[in-house]
Write a protein of this length. Structure first.
Length: 236
């Protein structure tokens, strides 16, 4: 364990996290640090890069990302078996540039028409982007959208939309909400919505396992619920 000066037993907790849980996390973690004396060092890394780095042997204390990815890393022996704790869940949202016309996305068919009519579309490389790529295939419009669709890594799709570089963007609702310069049209229609659970898992080589567990307990305590909801997610 890396000991931190201050409270007895205080430690430094190294966390690798995807951006979906970021807004709630940034509000909650300072409270945890003040209350425990632990220090939290967070690496915000896109899911694709996180998987690559962890599979290659990078070591942290705690990993926060989509639950399916946590399970995969557990099977690979990177995350401690039985350590997965679900934190929150989120659906996919749709956004356009602030002030732009609002296409109808109320049904799957309406969304399909909006996508075909759009001049440009942006999705992420994270869980929502993976899901949408498959959805567009199932809708039978993947080939039609290919030339006008791009995937971005390392920034919210909403930022691309806000700059006018894409007409319509998709990402987790919680990742679109804090972006300035966009209008959030709402979630995907219920019949095609994908809910992603985001979870924490303890690395098998954690240097501060007890402190990491206490952070997870803090993030799932009752006081965290209103913060998670305010940031566009629901408790898992």
């Amino acid at each position: 364990m890396t000991i931190v000066a201050g409270m007895p037993g205080a430690a430094e907790i190294k966390v690798m996290a995807s951006a979906a849980f970021k807004e709630a996390y940034l509000e909650l973690v300072p409270q945890f640090e003040r209350g425990t004396g632990h220090k939290v060092l967070t690496l915000w890394i896109p899911t694709v890069q996180m998987m690559s780095r962890l599979k290659a042997g990078e070591t942290v204390d705690l990993v926060i990302m989509a639950a399916g990815a946590i399970d995969e890393l557990t099977r690979l022996g990177k995350i401690a078996s039985g350590s997965r704790v679900d934190l929150a869940k989120s659906g996919v949202g749709v956004a356009v540039r602030a002030g732009a016309p609002h296409p109808d996305i109320g049904t799957a068919e309406a969304l399909k028409r909006a996508l075909i009519a759009a001049k440009s579309i942006v999705i992420s490389t994270g869980p929502s982007g993976v899901y949408l790529a498959g959805l567009f295939q199932r809708m039978g419009i993947a080939d039609e959208l290919k030339a006008k669709m791009k995937q971005v890594m390392g920034e919210p799709t909403g930022a691309v939309v806000a700059r006018g570089e894409a007409e319509i963007g998709f990402q987790q609702m919680c990742e679109l909400l804090p972006v300035a310069g966009i209008d959030l049209l709402g979630p995907l229609p219920a019949e095609i919505q994908q809910i992603t659970v985001f979870a924490a898992g303890q690395h098998v080589s954690s240097h501060a396992p007890d402190a990491a567990r206490s952070l997870v307990e803090f993030l799932t305590a009752p006081h965290a619920v209103p913060v998670i909801q305010k940031k566009g997610m629901q408790p898992a």
